[in-house]
Design a protein. Sequence first.
Length: 524
Amino acid sequence: MEQAEQFVLSDKDFLPSRTIGLPEDIAKAIAFLADRNSSSYIIGHSLVIDGGSNLISTLMQMDFAKVLKLTQQQKYEPNETDLMIPTNVRAVIATFLSASPMIVVPYVEDVFVNWFRSVAFDDAIDRLNYVYTASLMYLFAIVVSAKQYAGTPIQCWVPGEFECGWRQYVEDYCFIQNTFFVPFEEDIPSEDSGRTKAEIGYYQWVPIVLALQAIMFYMPSWLWATLHKFGGLDLTTAMTDAGKIAAAPSASEDRKKELSKLSLYLEECLEFGKQQRTPVRLFCFRFGRGLGSYVTLLYLLVKGLYVTNILTQFYILNRFLGSRYSFWGIQTFVDLYNGREWMDSGVFPRVTLCDFQVRRLGNIHRYTVQCVLSINMINEKIYLFLWFWFLFVAVVTAINFFYTVLYMSLALLREKSTRQWLMQTVEDENKYRYKQAVRDFCHQGLGPDGVLTLRFIESHAGGIVVRDVAAKMFNDYIKSLHQSSTKTTSPDIPDDGAHESCFYMPSEPHSGLVMPDYPTKVDH
């Protein structure tokens, strides 16, 4: 077998019409591997394959990261698979694929990456809705569209006198118009009303409806990412800084700077040390940023939208398919288990009937043909899977919604999380001394929005980062109380930090997410 180094790339190995936006050496490398008659081409950093099975199989068999590393170290020993690729070609392809390892379709990558990408300020159940479920439905929409517009979704049994062009016309007409289903053991209705009642008109709209449903799953996340900034707290910035802290070496100056930067930003957003806040008043209640609960209430609203959306999806599915069962998925599964398929149930029928008229020499001739809806075989599997997937998503989303409402509404649970974050900060002999201060820090310093933000930091950057951030904010909060106490009790005495006993002054009782808009009696 010839050695790889004996291969030489020439101009005929380069397909300039099919390679766009890459350096010449990488373009030649890709073209060299591809079949000369294939439709492989490059857009930006995306390798798009319309043909060229040899290229696909070759790429799938190679560990390009390993090849690149060994080639750079000059320790690479080619095997039988790699002998077909020159050494310099292996290196440039490895460089290219390390930057963009996915073989994608134009514009589809943008939708998945830009539309349905996850954010750092949410939880796993949120991502289950707006990332995984939305992407899954978008993928199903692409699959059905490929079969519907690029494949053969319908085939009809036409009379023998029909020519080839007539047959294509009949199939196109019957696919655009609604077909109707009549079981084989029943007679075809002679009245138009009976045929209209048996019409099946959903299969043409399946890709569009799936795409719209995917957008519905994404909308709560879009509202959350857009509206939370109006509370004065940019969670994107906070999560970015938290990620920098997690990536920085421990005890380094960069980590300390990032920690101070993030803590100061959160303190400014949460209005540390400001006693006068103007809450939003609605009817007999106060809520919003003035109570430190705007972001939290918005997040709970978004959680409620996820629950509402998944319940709406069940309604849309049943109405769209025209099912007479509220539990269509379970009923269909039972029918399949009992051997009762589409021929009996009429759900996603494969064989339907179609009426059309032809005008000949001034006379109108009516035909009824039998058609095979092969696309319904795909639709049945997709919707049966989606029904049970929706059921799973609905259960976990509802449980997560009630848990989040309970966690953010009960002060004891918020205090518990705050104490856990500060557990390593306070010495054992000082825990009792700081108990009231920690409680006040949780409710008056952090507030519901601060606790929620620290939860996001914990899930995004880890427990070590959130403990360090909470400890820094707690110490700053104690200092702000100490300074306020010193200036209030002894305004003529300079604040030299010697009045440590005055570090804590009990403030008003903690505020909830929503408070009554009238004075309450406080027992001291």
